[in-house]
Design a protein around this ligand. Structure first.
Ligand code: AHR
Length: 513
């Protein structure tokens, strides 16, 4: 918040650490939905020379692995998982059953199943995270799936995996989700919170018997709902993480009111901050009541910018993002970095084609506007320790989406900031400061004070500045204009202040001596 006559200010406290930034904050999500798997991962009319030896799309895999450095991917859903029969997706491809697909409509060919997912993860150097079917699925099926993936003994499903893959090595799937959005009325097999929690307790108990080494993620709602409280109270001693799902920019929009639209887009991620704060309280209350000593973290395993009137089931949730959406994405990532002490996993929903930073044609791809903040955060904020900051700027008093951000959490500030202290393998320290100036029209010439002992900011101090900016907040990337919105990088002398242009995202890298 800032008084009318007060100048903007940014204070960074590198000696006041919050927590190391979990690398899993840069995770992804693949669901059998639209052109995500079939088209994005497996080819659809893609020539052979554009595929890996295993038959996957090379371009998508390379961007996820080599540019975004995606550490983990959640699969196979999403809503899809709640009627998924995993055994339909193993064995000879020509023998696999085609099934009606209940979550999104259409049919599922099952040409991409567990072994294909694991192979893709290996090629992409990605940790697999599998969600169990707690809709139509039984505990027995879930135990068989885990045995199939992780079994090392002379047992039926472990041997079936050996037969199907021709290898002895287990898939070694460590992360398992206990159902997806079981609270939602759109879900196959919706349950009440107490029904779900009682069932999930039994599942968790049995799963840990078959493989005590796995990490279990309980099914949460938005982190602050009654569902979250009830489920955590019952389940907290049986899980390792509690999931949160939240999308911003979600809901019918009035496209004639673009000012209102911009504000609703860019300030929306403040809702996620509140979700995390409340969820942390609910987790700790439940831990207190059950005397659970181990920390329970948040797996924010579906987040992103999604306008349901644009990305619809009819178009496979293909949303073409604006520059304003990219600013929202940067704010989302700031929220996760600021809450590095409790958020262990964050999976953008989703990784290709479906409400995604990447859109493909049979032979190529382009990076959407929202790709760029993800890339910058993954490249510069990963591996650092999140540190405390204090920022002052004007507060936004327009309408927010959801509306309660301004009424309950408080009017969002224009400058949205996170910072990490990064130490390289050779011991070189640098400060990375991510700043979204969410004001549409106001630029902020901002003194940046770094409260850190034993740091010299000499006259020759330089700053590396990566900026994402476009004059038109509705600008998009697309076929034929793939670079319309892109990052510019420059190195400049550091003067102790920085001008954050109106509607911009800036990531500053300052080497410390
Ligand atoms: O990511 C799209 C859908 O959003 C997922 O299938 C579901 O879990 C959520 O409602």
């Amino acid at each position: 918040m800032m008084d009318a006559d007060q100048s903007p200010r940014l204070d960074i406290f590198p000696s006041s650490p919050i927590a190391p930034v979990s690398p899993l904050l840069f995770s992804g999500f693949l669901e059998h939905l639209g052109r995500c798997i079939y088209g994005g991962i497996l080819p659809a009319k893609t020539p052979k020379e554009l595929l890996t030896a295993e038959g996957f799309r090379k371009d998508v895999l390379e961007v996820l692995r080599d540019e975004l450095g995606v550490p983990m991917v959640r699969w196979p859903g999403g809503n899809y998982v709640s009627s998924y029969k995993w055994e339909d997706g193993i064995g000879a491809l020509e023998m696999r059953k085609r099934r009606p697909e209940l979550a999104w409509g259409g049919e599922e060919s099952n040409q991409f199943g567990t072994d294909e997912f694991i192979t893709w993860c290996k090629v992409a150097k990605i940790e697999p995270y599998i969600v169990l079917n707690m809709g139509t699925g039984t505990l027995e099926e879930a135990l068989h799936w885990i045995e199939y993936c992780n079994g090392t003994g002379d047992t039926y499903y472990a041997n079936l995996r050996r037969k199907n893959t021709g290898r002895d090595a287990p898939h070694g799937v460590k992360y398992w989700g206990l159902g997806n959005e079981v609270w939602g009325e759109w879900q196959v097999g919706q349950q009440t919170a107490s029904e779900y929690a009682a069932k999930a307790r039994q599942w968790a108990h049995a799963i840990k018997l078959i493989d005590p080494s796995v990490k279990l993620v309980g099914c949460g709602e938005a982190g602050l709902n009654d569902w979250d409280g009830v489920v955590l109270d019952i389940l907290v001693d049986k899980i390792d993480m509690h999931s949160i799902h939240l999308y911003t920019g979600f809901g019918p929009r009035d496209r004639s009111q673009t000012d209102r639209e911009y504000g609703r887009t860019v300030y929306g991620p403040d809702a996620a901050e509140y979700s995390i704060e409340i969820c942390k309280g609910l987790i700790n209350k439940a831990r207190f009541n059950k005397a659970v000593r181990k920390p329970i973290k948040i797996a924010f395993d579906e987040y992103g910018v999604w306008d349901e009137t644009v990305g619809t089931p009819q178009n496979g949730l293909e949303q073409f993002y604006t520059f304003a959406d990219a600013l929202a994405m940067a704010s989302w990532l700031n929220v996760f970095v600021r809450h590095a002490d409790i958020v262990e996993i964050a999976c953008i929903a989703q990784s290709v084609n479906v409400i995604s930073p990447l859109i493909v044609s049979p032979t190529g791809l382009f990076r959407q506007t929202i790709f760029h903040p993800l890339y910058l955060f993954s490249r510069y904020m990963r591996g650092g320790v999140s540190v405390r900051i204090a920022a002052s700027s004007a507060a936004y008093s327009g309408e927010t989406l959801p509306q309660w951000i301004s009424s309950i959490k408080g009017h969002p500030a224009d400058l949205d900031v996170s910072a990490v202290l990064h130490t390289s393998e050779t011991g070189k320290r640098s400060l990375r400061i991510a700043v979204v100036n969410r004001s549409e029209n106001r630029s902020y010439q901002t003194p940046v004070r770094i409260a850190f002992e034993n740091v010299e900011m000499g006259e020759e101090q330089q700053v590396e500045a990566h900026e994402l900016w476009h004059e038109d907040v509705n600008a998009r990337n697309g076929w034929g204009h793939e670079q319309e919105v892109s990052v510019t990088t420059r190195v400049a002398p550091w003067s102790g202040s920085w001008t954050f242009r109106a509607h911009s995202f800036t990531l500053l890298v300052l080497d410390l001596r």
